[in-house]
Each structure stands twice: as structure tokens, then as C-alpha cells.
Ligand binder design. Structure first.
Ligand SMILES: Nc1ncnc2c1ncn2[C@@H]1O[C@H](COP(=O)(O)OP(=O)(O)OP(=O)(O)O)[C@@H](O)[C@H]1O
Length: 301
């Protein structure tokens, strides 16, 4: 099957062209430490991510970014609330289904992912190895390793052994391997933290190419403002809640039930949870203005 026919084949178990949606409803996550103390990492997160969107999660250390990413990837379950991935509330499904979700629909690129590559094998060999657990019928729906690497602009690395690649090249191949099973959601935790300036930019180019070519929904945790500035939608987490959102290059506060901005109760109908607002100070006092952004499904935010 050619890349073109794969791309136009639409969504299948693993050969999906389109990204998948993520929705959080009042998500709370509490860790219990070995000493028996509770740590509240997320305190009621409401969030909608449309299929094919690119989202950066920002915020101070300890604010809950990695926890949220872990919930999206089914690495841990929310203590309360719903985490809906591709229409399935994954906080409620059995462990076996969660394992299938992690293997098929969600791709996670963790820090230092390149260390998981087979060093003696080529980029193509690593893609093949990553697909070994898939059913043959599902593999036939996917582009070949060579086609995938070409599609992502990594054609020159196809036959190169990993141990002859630079660190940046290895990280790019690690990303290609991560998405090679046709996942609809790519989660990246600090994907460029160990890279130099040029490799960092190339890595972000590649993440955006995955999004453009495969339609994959992308969520990136980053501390790097330069990376964040290249991602169309930026969500800042503060103290376990969504504090603000950047859309079209501007930052807005977010209304939440018990979150960042509290407004008088009688205004609740006009400013439901999740509304983005701007505050304006004039001689007559403070004004609040609701900002309408693109409706869910519009990826051009
Ligand atoms: N396994 C754990 N056990 C106990 N507490 C934890 C655990 N993992 C995270 N936490 C706590 O949960 C809170 C949120 O942590 P999280 O790692 O999600 O934040 P973060 O924003 O990703 O931070 P960083 O930017 O430093 O990675 C912090 O208070 C952290 O100490």
C-alpha cells in the first residue's frame, strides 16, 4: 500500500489518519506518599482538546503537568472526575483495555526516549521492532518503515545504525518509532530537554510534521518558552488547576468552578467553566470580557 493510499484510508484500529480527542471533566488526582500523606496534584481540571490539535502544557515545577500527561496516557488513573480519550472514559476501564489503549491509540515520548532504541539496528529496524506486537492485518494498514521515515523527513536515517547517529538524530528516530504504530494521540514530556539549540528546533519541526502528515493530536509538556511559542494552544497549569490559556498569541484567564478566576454567582450563565476572559481596568472600574475562540474541532486556534 502506498503512503497516499494509507493516508486516505481513514481511521482503522491502528492505521488512523486523524487524531483523537481528549476531554477532562473535573479531574482530581491525589498521590499517597510512602509516609501515608496525601498530595493533591490536580484539583478539578476541565479541558477539551480537539482531534488534531497541538497543545503545550506549561507551568511551574510541581504544578501537575506530568500528572495530567500521565492520566491522558493511561499510565495512572484519576482519583476523581473523567478523562475521556477517543470517547472512552479511561479512568473506568479495566486494566486490559488500558494496556490496549497504551499500545494502540496513545504514543508517549518520554524524556531520554532515545535510550530505548536498539543501538545496533537501523531506524527502519527499530520501527519494525516496535511493531512486532501488532496483528499482521494492522501492520498492513500502516506505511512501511521506509515510507514512514520518508513521510517524516527522516529518509536519510532509514538504514543508518542508531549507534552511528548523533543525539539529535536518535531523538528524532525515537519519535518516529513512538508514532509508528499509528497512534492518534502523541504525548511528549520535555521532548527537547537534553538537546542543543539546533536539534531542539528540528525536534519541534518533526513533532509538527507528525501532526500535519498523520493528523495526530499532540500534547507537549515543556518549560521552554521558545518551544511553547511554536505551539498554537498553550495551557498554563498552576497549583493543579488550569490558570490561563494562550490562544492566537494572547493570554487569557480561565473561569473554573473552583479554579483560577471566581466571578459573582449571578454571572455564571454568561461565563460557564472553561470560558476565557480578559480583564480591563478603566476609570470606572474593572470590566470582564469573554473571549470567543475557535469552536472545538477547529484546529487553527
Ligand atoms: N509519585 C508521586 N508521589 C507523591 N507525590 C507526587 C508523585 N508524583 C508527583 N507528585 C507530586 O504531585 C505534584 C504535581 O507533580 P507533577 O510532577 O505532575 O508536576 P509538574 O508540573 O510536572 O512538575 P515538573 O515541571 O517539575 O516536572 C507535585 O506536588 C509533586 O511533588
Amino acid at each position: 500500500m502506498s503512503v497516499d493510499s494509507w493516508v486516505s484510508a481513514g481511521s482503522t484500529a491502528v492505521g488512523r489518519r486523524t487524531g483523537i480527542a481528549v476531554r477532562c471533566q473535573n479531574v482530581v488526582h491525589i498521590y499517597t506518599t510512602l509516609a501515608g500523606h496525601d498530595v493533591v496534584a490536580l484539583r478539578g481540571v476541565n479541558l477539551d482538546i480537539a482531534p488534531g490539535e497541538q497543545v503545550a502544557l506549561l507551568g511551574p515545577s510541581g504544578s501537575g503537568k506530568s500528572t495530567l500527561l500521565g492520566l491522558f496516557g493511561g499510565l495512572q488513573r484519576a482519583s476523581a472526575g473523567k478523562v475521556v480519550v477517543d470517547g472512552i472514559d479511561i479512568s473506568r476501564i479495566p486494566e486490559s483495555e488500558l494496556t490496549r489503549l497504551r499500545a494502540g491509540k496513545v504514543a508517549s515520548l518520554l524524556q531520554g526516549a532515545r535510550r530505548n532504541l536498539l543501538t545496533y539496528a537501523s531506524a527502519a529496524g527499530n520501527v519494525e521492532f516496535a511493531r512486532r506486537g501488532l496483528a499482521p492485518a494492522d501492520v498492513r494498514e500502516l506505511p512501511s518503515p521506509r515510507q514512514l521515515l520518508d513521510l517524516l523527513g527522516l529518509g536519510e536515517l532509514t538504514d543508518k545504525p542508531v549507534n552511528a547517529m548523533s543525539g539529535g538524530e536518535q531523538q528524532r528516530v525515537a519519535l518516529a518509532v513512538t508514532v509508528s504504530s499509528g497512534a492518534g494521540l502523541l504525548l511528549c514530556d520535555e521532548p527537547t530537554s537534553q538537546l542543543g539549540h539546533a536539534d531542539r528546533d528540528t525536534m519541534v519541526d518533526l513533532i509538527q510534521r507528525v501532526n500535519a502528515e498523520l493528523g495526530t493530536t499532540v500534547v507537549i509538556v515543556t518549560h521552554d518558552p521558545d518551544i511553547a511559542s511554536r505551539i498554537p494552544r498553550r495551557i498554563t497549569i498552576r497549583n493543579g488547576r488550569i490558570g490561563s490559556e494562550g490562544v492566537h498569541g494572547r493570554d487569557y484567564a480561565v473561569i473554573d468552578q473552583d479554579g483560577a478566576v471566581h466571578l459573582p454567582e449571578e454571572w455564571a450563565d454568561d461565563y460557564p467553566p472553561g470560558s476565557l476572559v480578559e480583564f480591563e481596568e478603566t476609570e470606572d472600574g474593572f470590566f470582564v470580557r469573554r473571549v470567543d475562540v475557535s469552536p472545538p474541532g477547529d484546529h487553527g486556534r
